[in-house]
Design a protein. Structure first.
Length: 144
């Protein structure tokens, strides 16, 4: 009986470790935020199955940028995972009038670096003014 109990506990530990390991191997299925600019990115660049709030008619996308101060969204319409820690994204605003490309990298400390490559400036309507977002930012993983 003790052997079976030991094997059961060992099996559960193995399943837990493999589940945690599988999550770590998908760094681009995450929600990350930048507190300074009060913006966030929700993305799943693997399954490409994100529905952006208030943009449901557009269907599933790779992800989106949002602001806690604005209802505007910038949609990740296309993405390419370059390697385990780097992805390239194409983004368009919710009006379809502006777009840009960027790179998102997972850093060794668990933060994410965002670097705009070319195109329009990421911006959100905040208090009837445009809040322009810098082309290089650091994001942290949101705790669930």
């Amino acid at each position: 009986m003790k052997k079976y109990l030991f094997l059961l506990v060992l099996s559960l530990n193995t399943l837990l470790i493999s589940h945690i390991s599988a999550q770590e191997q998908k760094p681009f299925n995450v929600e990350i935020s930048n507190d300074e600019y009060k913006i966030y990115i929700k993305m799943n660049l693997y399954d490409k199955d994100i529905i952006a709030p208030d943009n449901e008619a557009l269907g599933k996308v790779d992800g989106y940028f949002g602001s806690t101060q604005s209802t505007n969204k910038w949609l990740i319409t296309s993405s390419k995972i370059v390697n385990k820690k780097t992805a390239e994204i194409e983004v368009i605003n919710d009006y379809g009038s502006e777009d840009f490309t960027a790179v998102i990298k997972l850093n060794d400390d668990g933060t994410y670096s965002y670097q705009k490559k070319n195109g329009s400036t990421l911006k959100f309507a905040v208090n009837s003014k445009w809040q322009k977002i810098p082309g290089n930012l650091t994001f942290t993983k949101k705790e669930q």
